[in-house]
Design a protein around this ligand. Sequence first.
Ligand SMILES: Nc1ncnc2c1ncn2[C@@H]1O[C@H](COP(=O)(O)OP(=O)(O)O)[C@@H](O)[C@H]1O
Ligand SMILES: [Mg+2]
Length: 265
Amino acid sequence: MAQLEIKNLHVCIGENEIIKGLDLVVGQGEIHALMGPNGSGKSTLAYALMGHPSYQVTAGDILFDGESLLEMAPDERSHLGMFLAFQYPVAIPGVTVANFLRTAINGHRQAKNPDDKGMPIPEFRKVLKEKMDLLQMDHGFAGRYLNDGFSGGEKKRAEILQMATLEPRIAILDETDSGLDIDALRTVAEGVNALQGPDLGVLVITHYQRLLNYIKPDYVHVMFSGMIVESGGPELALQLEEQGYDWIREKHGEANAVSAATGDS
Ligand SMILES: Nc1ncnc2c1ncn2[C@@H]1O[C@H](COP(=O)(O)OP(=O)(O)O)[C@@H](O)[C@H]1O
Ligand SMILES: [Mg+2]
């Protein structure tokens, strides 16, 4: 069973250490929610998992099926079965959703077999149609230019469709905190629920407790100041819904305030 294993991870952006020793294991078949107040480092973790060059891993390791990802480029991580979704604001006028997905699928096929000639178009059409039906999407969506004039919800749809066609083993979905659009949230949740199964492990990153009204995570983790400070089941999300993050700050904030003060002196 494939699993993503994050071990004592430290990540710096320039001089600043943002992730300060994070441990997390996400197995295939499990849904994990990673929550936390703004600025706690959730997106930084997502970027580091993807292999973004601005995010330097200074200590620890990220393992996929026991193999370290640290020296791998983002596309190699993807070929292994990791899927990393972001709210890419990038529109690609002239490239349809269908063409984009076909290129992505063929990239994966060619990584496995350099002689692969690409998925035949009739087969691709069939796959795409099946996935769109699974996600209850209008088939016309495939003919639109990727993200060109898409709403927040439609960008999320494109992302979820990409996830459905690539069939990853571990998917990481970062809900940027600006995306408070409830439709976008629901799209992600419905997509994850439709794709859920023993072959897919999911790490959903969100500031937003409301997402968990739609997705039922097996595990909930709270990140604060670059570390996971609480882990539990769905009841932890309910507690956050009722009480917000203040108790997290009170319980875990003092040590950070002290170290910040020391750092300043
Ligand atoms: N590109 C960057 N350069 C410098 N600091 C950054 C950058 N991106 C994020 N940070 C800092 O890293 C911390 C964590 O940010 P982020 O990972 O976006 O948190 P979250 O996603 O939990 O809101 C914040 O203090 C933020 O200011
Ligand atoms: Mg974020």
